[in-house]
Design a protein around this ligand. Structure first.
Ligand SMILES: Cc1cc2nc3c(=O)[nH]c(=O)nc-3n(C[C@H](O)[C@H](O)[C@H](O)COP(=O)(O)OP(=O)(O)OC[C@H]3O[C@@H](n4cnc5c(N)ncnc54)[C@H](O)[C@@H]3O)c2cc1C
Length: 531
């Protein structure tokens, strides 16, 4: 009954399937981080026919598998190549907003950092949704089940034997250890890893946990779906773009997708799960008739369900490069991002407001590249853990080929600019610590600048950590799109499981929280359907 059965290397010449073969129990749209969790877990039950549809292609590519190659995926065929709309707050720049378009989605192109979020991120999810299944204690149990952790044992917080191989960056470079030591000199504590105790308090510095196994990227596709690719109850369709969700009244009956230039229909007897990421999930919802009524009317799309929150509440982590010059050239470790720092500027905050990623080479924005970048150096990305600026996703048209419009509105809230200055100041203080002596010659950028010049630097430096989220948020107010069980309000048989459902972006990188979201969706599906 399979169409293109579990093909990482699906032949584009494969004949279209007969109608009889297009019926499934569950259709998971998008083989990214959350979608792979949902499809892989559902396929554990041999009685269920599961279809996983992915717009991108297979992941057997050196630039996916080799950790150090991750930047080579940017702008490639494995990238949706999105960019924000021009924005006056960042000097009218269009900030690149890359997203994975390949089996594994973001987890196949990202920097591989495993960051589970702060305790209070999850407490907030539980408060917003009114469901303790999202609180820290519940999520901790999920993480313990998910992880195969190869670091310092911490049975209360870390798991072993789960599908996701997580290990601390091996043999981290001297510059990574120097950053942690410098933080200690400043009074910021250091931890064995950034995913245990460190995320239960004010923050700290640590060597990163990475999803690297035997020297190769171990994406969420590799963890959950690849081991099941030969199972007869799991069909993975690559190079197939979901165009619409299909309804009978308000009941979801399947999806329509573009495959080999033709629109095909696939029916779901139980449920459709949208896991297309925080840009394409709202896009496909709106093009299917689910979203703000005025936006749908503007494009002549018949309304199925008015949900004003679809595409709203767009959040992302913004960061600003502070670049230092090495005294002499230094090697780059796995992926080039081995140490991290989270800190709360005030002890009164519920979670860190500062989220810094060290990158072991210089990374200026295109606009700041002419300001004097050293040939050999490293970057501290001074990031905002909880920016207040909010953006949105809207449509450019009603058709599958019409690109979504992304307005991130980066730095539109003045508090974000203030927080950017504080963040940069903290990095400059770090850079001045004894720990860097011998390794670092000087700070290159921004260095000492007048307030006006620094403002220009910041507006030109603003880049994304690629953590777009929150565009179909979970909650109970009028702007919520899904309930705590991730079911879309007002419809039957439609769930969302991806970064869109976050009410607030978590304090760190978003892949691990998306694994939790996938696991939570499966918990609810199993309960509702008794499977
Ligand atoms: C360059 C980069 C670096 C990053 N670094 C890190 C990091 O180091 N650590 C971390 O935690 N997070 C990182 N992230 C973020 C993280 O990868 C994402 O937050 C996470 O993957 C989001 O998961 P998701 O399930 O919401 O969507 P995705 O993983 O983006 O998956 C969505 C999937 O749906 C597919 N799709 C979309 N539309 C359609 C359609 N119409 N039909 C069929 N398929 C479709 C996509 O091709 C994709 O495979 C990074 C992201 C990027 C892009």
């Amino acid at each position: 009954m399979t169409l293109t059965h579990s093909t990482e290397r699906a032949s584009p010449k494969e004949p279209p399937a007969a109608d009889a073969e297009r019926h499934y129990d569950f259709i998971v749209c998008g083989a990214g981080t959350s979608g792979c969790v949902v499809a892989g877990r559902l396929a554990e039950n041999p009685e269920l026919r599961v279809l996983l549809i992915e717009a991108g292609s297979h992941d057997e590519h050196d630039d996916v598998m080799q950790p150090g190659h991750w930047p080579l995926n940017l702008g490639s065929a494995r990238d949706w190549n999105f960019a924000g709309q021009p924005n006056a707050h960042v000097n009218h720049r269009r900030i690149p907003l890359n997203m994975g378009r390949v089996l594994g989605g973001g987890s196949s192109v990202n920097v591989m950092v495993w960051a589970r979020g702060h305790q209070n991120d999850w407490e907030d999810f539980a408060a917003e949704s009114g469901d303790p299944a999202w609180n820290y204690a519940s999520v901790l149990e999920i993480y313990k089940r998910v992880e195969d952790y190869i670091g310092q044992p911490d049975p209360a917080r870390r798991g072993q034997g789960g599908p996701v191989h997580v290990s601390p960056a091996r043999n981290a470079q001297p510059i990574a250890h120097a950053m942690i030591e410098a933080a200690r000199e400043l009074g910021i504590p250091s931890f064995d890893n950034p995913n245990g105790q460190m995320m239960e308090g004010r923050g700290g510095a640590a060597i990163n946990d990475l999803i690297v196994k035997d020297g190769q990227r171990h994406s969420i596709y590799r963890a959950y779906v690849h081991p099941r690719r030969h199972q007869p109850n799991l069909t993975v369709l690559t190079d197939t773009q979901v165009s619409r969700v299909l309804f009978e009244g308000t009941r979801v009956v399947g999806v329509e997708a573009l495959r080999e230039g033709r629109l095909e229909r696939y029916t779901a007897q139980q449920e459709v799960i949208l896991s297309l990421g925080a840009v394409n999930t709202p896009k496909v919802l709106m093009q299917s008739g689910v979203g703000p009524e005025d936006e749908l009317r503007r494009h002549g799309i018949p309304l199925v369900q008015h949900l004003p929150g679809v595409g709203a509440n767009h959040q992302d982590h913004v960061s600003f490069a502070v670049i230092f010059e090495y005294s002499s050239p230094q090697p780059v470790g796995y992926g080039g991002s081995e140490a991290t720092l989270y800190w709360s500027s005030s002890a009164a905050l519920r979670q860190p407001d500062m989220f810094h990623c060290q990158v072991e080479f210089p990374v200026p924005s295109a606009e700041n590249a002419g300001l004097g970048v050293p040939a050999h150096g490293w970057t501290m990305f001074a990031g905002l853990a909880h920016p207040k600026s909010r953006g949105r996703i809207t449509l450019s048209g009603a058709n599958v080929g019409d690109a979504p419009l992304i307005e991130p509105n980066t730095l539109s809230d003045p508090d974000d600019l203030r927080c950017a200055y504080d963040n940069i100041r903290l990095v400059q203080e770090l850079g001045a610590q004894r720990a860097f002596r011998g390794l670092v010659k000087a700070e290159s950028l921004p260095g000492r600048m007048s307030p006006g010049a620094l403002e220009q630097y910041v507006r030109n430096a603003a880049v994304t950590y690629w953590h777009q989220s929150c565009t179909a948020k979970m909650g109970r107010d009028a702007m919520s799109v899904v309930d705590s069980r991730l079911q879309v309000y007002g419809l039957q048989g439609l769930r969302i499981a991806d970064a869109s459902v976050m009410p607030h972006v978590t304090s760190g990188n978003t892949m691990a929280p998306c694994v939790v979201i996938g696991e939570r969706a499966v918990q609810e599906i199993r309960t509702v359907h008794g499977i």
